[in-house]
Design a protein. Structure first.
Length: 372
């Protein structure tokens, strides 16, 4: 909501906000994602342009960590034209991102241009801001959605003796300024459109907006190449009621004080896979701890520990590693999921003799990397 929305006004990420995200916990998280993009760019034959497109970039921490990796590997990317494209609806968060990524050196764009703001990163890479993914120019692109899909609105459905009913929000007749959940008296259009005939669960959450965005990503990747990496709370079509609110790092009743808490629902990756409609290959979901382990987080941690002189830094590194990897913390509840062009995983001409083909390199993160 432009006037009352949580992200328009609060958007409280970080220690002082309502929730904290992996990039805020450890720089290693963003660095490994930066390496994932470069690894995929190399596996796809090092195209001459490379758009990094992040959906809902938060405070810009993740992009900053990725750009640091790009700078460290500048010699590898030297012949590539790299640009960053951020899809952000919140005026408040885009200001924070601009300050972090460019040191505040940004300028508004003319009304008739698709980007509403542009600037140059501290590492010299052009950055553009958009309100919608459709405004991002087409071209070879890597997409990133970290804790993005869980913030999109959902429909909730409950199986009853009379069939499926949608869960709706109503005013409590006993307490006029209080909201309550009710079941729709009959089938709603959403019930007819979003419940699959083979559904076995008794309670289902569907996020149509996520479906539309995945369709757009899949179409773009099919047409222009690239890949999309999604990291989020989620499940593979097994969970039921996951809708919850966070305020000041504590669970918060979703119906009380609307617009003041972060509302979230676990991402149904089986639905995202279905919505890619076979236009791209999909990988995952795999647990965050598996993905980061495959990406070499243990090796990176050892290097950082060796290079840190003081005990406090070492303790902080170990603490943040535990937050990201511990199955009880973020290690198991976060998942990674990717959309890739079909030819990235299958040779187009499989009719040829297999031995004439060099094997396709494994996809980093989703395969165990054997470090030579």
């Amino acid at each position: 909501s432009p006037s009352q929305g949580y992200y328009t006004h609060r958007g409280g990420i970080g220690e002082s906000g309502d929730f904290i995200t992996s990039p805020e916990i450890s720089q290693v998280f963003g660095e490994l994602i930066g390496i994932w993009y470069i690894s995929e760019w190399m596996a796809m034959g090092k195209p001459s342009t490379f758009q990094l497109v992040e959906l809902g970039p938060g405070r810009g921490t993740l992009t900053e960590d990725i750009l640091r990796v790009f700078k460290q590997l500048a010699s590898v990317l030297s012949k590539c034209d790299v640009s960053v494209h951020l899809v952000e609806v919140s005026p408040k968060l885009s200001e924070i991102q601009a300050a972090m990524l460019t040191g505040g050196k940004v300028q508004p764009n003319p009304e008739d241009e698709s980007a509403y703001m542009k600037g140059i990163s501290k590492t010299g890479i052009p950055i553009f801001w958009y309100r919608d993914i459709q405004d991002v120019p087409s071209g070879y692109s890597f997409y990133l959605a970290h804790e993005f899909f869980d913030a999109l609105p959902i429909h909730k459905f409950q199986r009853t003796e009379k069939g499926w009913r949608e869960v709706l929000v109503d005013i409590d007749p006993e307490v006029p300024d209080k909201l309550r959940f009710v079941l729709s008296p009959s089938r709603t259009p959403a019930t007819q459109n979003f419940i699959q005939a083979e559904e076995t669960r008794d309670h289902v959450e569907v996020c149509p907006e996520a479906g539309v965005i995945v369709q757009r990503l899949a179409s773009r990747i099919e047409k222009d190449g690239g890949a999309a990496l999604v990291a989020d709370y989620g499940h593979n079509g097994t969970k039921t009621d996951t809708f919850r609110g966070f305020r000041n790092h504590k669970l918060h009743d979703v119906l009380s004080a609307p617009g003041t808490a972060d509302l979230t629902a676990d991402v149904d990756f089986s639905y995202l896979r279905k919505m890619a409609q076979g236009k791209t290959a999909t990988l995952g979901p795999i647990k965050q701890r598996e993905f980061l382990k495959n990406m070499g987080i243990d090796l990176r941690l050892q290097v950082l520990l060796q290079n840190s002189g003081d005990t406090a830094t070492r303790e902080q590194l170990l603490h943040s590693y535990d937050m990201l990897m511990n199955p009880e913390k973020m290690g198991d509840c976060f998942n990674f999921f990717a959309l890739l062009p079909h030819h990235r995983l299958l040779h187009p001409d499989k009719k040829d003799k297999a031995e004439s083909k060099s094997p396709l390199p494994p996809v980093a993160g989703f395969n165990e990397l054997l470090l030579k």
